[in-house]
Design a protein around this ligand. Structure first.
Ligand code: SAM
Length: 270
């Protein structure tokens, strides 16, 4: 596949590093999600859109040597990064699938756990994507999804150009073919497909300019506001004004940033 075409945030070294930092910032939320899923030794897991393998690494520890983790990822750069890690650590119970889910044949009724973090909001046909994954899940198996329902992003004190940010980010996702509200459609899809909804928990992070969540947002907006202008999601003037507002807040001691709402979703195949 042509790199960058399908994943709007890009598959380059800058994005790889941003994903590593993002993993650290959201780790406590994902760790507590792992605890609620109660992952068992010996499970066969699929990590969809695994990126550089941050979730896969955690899953490998949890399932132990008797279990197995398959990382599916279209970016060669990201997947190679994870392959190198596994080869250095001599990890054997891992499989790699290079490709988009849409173009990959998966065995039916096979996995105990299918995990996807920050993937389903990007894909052009998320319902079809989800149904394909549900077919690959064993009876009794669990699908676990972490993604944003794009509400809640906010920068205080309010009153500047950045106040429009949530709709702007939603439009950025739409420009890549994604649905920024897909998470809120999942409960109905589960009901219609014999999946029991076990967990549907909104999560959010917030902090001042010294916090990791602020730095996470800073790394995103300082790169992506310009890309949004280049893609004509916003005009160059709007992009410049939003960035200027963001930069003014950086040196304001009263600034507080709120993340978008991320939702932890799990369903069990009946
Ligand atoms: C924001 S990154 C998240 C990476 C990883 N899941 C994590 O939590 O760090 C989204 C990933 O989804 C992958 N991706 C995008 N479209 C995909 C598709 N159609 N099938 C599988 N993976 C896809 C991208 O290449 C990228 O690595």
């Amino acid at each position: 596949m042509g790199e960058n075409k399908e994943y709007i945030l890009g598959t380059n070294q800058t994005e790889l590093e941003r994903l590593g930092f993002q993993h650290k910032v959201w780790k406590k939320i994902t760790d507590s999600f792992f605890d609620r899923i109660n992952i068992q030794k010996g499970w066969k897991c699929l990590d969809v859109g695994a990126g550089p393998g941050f979730v896969s690494m955690e899953l490998i520890d949890k399932v132990g040597e008797g279990g197995e983790v398959t990382a599916l990822e279209p970016s060669e750069l990201f997947l190679n990064n994870f392959k190198e890690h596994c080869s250095k650590k001599d990890i054997k119970n891992v499989n790699f699938i290079h490709g988009n889910l849409e173009e990959t044949d998966l065995e039916n009724d096979h996995y105990d756990l299918i995990f996807l973090r920050w993937v389903i909001d990007f894909v052009p046909e998320p319902e079809k994507f989800l149904l394909k994954l549900l077919s690959a899940l064993k009876k009794g198996g669990v699908i676990a999804i972490e993604d944003y329902n794009y509400e809640g992003i906010a920068l205080f004190p309010k009153g500047g150009a950045f106040d429009n940010i949530t709709e702007t980010v939603r439009n950025y996702w739409r420009a890549g073919g994604g649905d920024p509200y897909f998470i809120s459609k999942i409960p109905l899809i589960f009901k219609s497909n014999n999946i029991e909804l076990l967990d549907f928990s909104p999560q959010s992070l917030a902090g001042d300019t010294d916090s990791d969540i602020y730095e996470w947002a800073n790394r995103f907006f300082s790169v992506h506001l310009q890309i949004m202008a280049d893609l004509k999601v916003i005009s160059q003037k709007e992009s410049d004004e939003m960035l200027a507002d963001w930069n003014v807040h950086k040196s304001d001691p009263s600034t507080v940033f709120f993340s978008p709402i991320m939702v932890d979703v799990t369903g069990r195949k009946k």
